[in-house]
Design a protein around this ligand. Structure first.
Ligand code: PXP
Length: 246
């Protein structure tokens, strides 16, 4: 089975910083610690409203990181220009609504196929791996494949929410969907990632899916870091992922 990579999302270090408007805690420092703690990549989402990660954070991450940066962004002209200026290792296209608290659903690729195909073409030409964040839905996977994405990231939010709310039949049904759609996407030649809402309690069944080769995890890890520190919080996630994979 291919090694499972861990991408650590540092957005919420910036959320805490921005609550006071100063320079601390510094998401770039968190990224450097994640690097040493066993992360394989760093993920950061530059939102249109800059509610957490800032433009300057992206400049500093690009300069400071030895790990690949997975740059999450909405499909807007502004974000495309920023991505083309930085040429990060990967660009993950996500839906964005100002009123949402987090990225609540996957991208509607099937409905905007033409527009998205044109949108991602220059990013691919610039050498970025283009990933599309979608629900575990065959229509969306087929559309992501048709527009030329190399990677899909399956949204694990519905699976995690069902677990957190004790709806275990729903959780198991969501996991089954993730399993079938990971296989479906892999068979089409797409690289499969997954993420959103994962915790120590929910990570193992997703980490055990053989076609999934990267998990992107943020909010829970930054929360755990308050209690135990960032290095052990990441190390424990890494341990659970490796154990599930073994
Ligand atoms: N993957 C994608 C595409 C996301 O948008 C997010 C949240 O920004 C994550 C993974 C990480 O989710 P969480 O912070 O809930 O672990």
């Amino acid at each position: 089975m291919a090694k499972l990579r861990l991408g650590v999302n540092i957005d919420h270090v910036a959320t805490v910083r921005n609550a006071r408007g100063g320079d601390v805690p510094d998401p770039v420092r968190a990224a450097k610690i994640a690097e040493e703690a066993g992360a394989d990549g760093i993920t950061a989402h530059l939102r249109e409203d800059r509610r957490h990660i800032s433009d300057e954070d992206i400049d500093r991450l690009m300069a400071a990181l030895s790990l690949p940066l997975n740059f999450e962004m909405a499909a807007t002209d502004e974000m495309q220009a920023i991505a083309l200026r930085h040429k990060p290792h990967a660009v993950c296209i996500v839906p964005e609504r100002r009123e949402e608290r987090t990225t609540e659903g996957g991208l509607e690729v099937a409905r905007e196929e033409n527009k998205l195909a044109h949108f991602i073409a220059p990013l691919r030409e610039a050498g970025c791996r283009v990933s599309i964040f979608i629900a575990a839905d065959q229509r969306q996977i087929e559309a992501a494949h048709r527009i030329g994405a190399q990677v899909i990231e399956l949204h694990t939010g519905a699976y995690c929410d069902a677990h957190a709310e004790g709806r275990f039949d729903d959780r198991d049904a969501e996991l089954e969907k993730l399993r079938r759609m990971a296989t479906f996407a892999h068979d089409k030649g797409l690289e499969v990632h997954a993420g959103h809402g994962l915790t120590y309690d929910t990570v193992s069944p997703v980490a055990a899916l053989p076609e999934v080769i990267e998990l992107n995890i943020g909010h829970f890890l930054i929360g755990e870091a308050i209690f135990m520190g960032l290095t052990p919080a990441i190390a424990e996630m890494r341990r659970l992922m490796d154990a599930a994979r073994a």
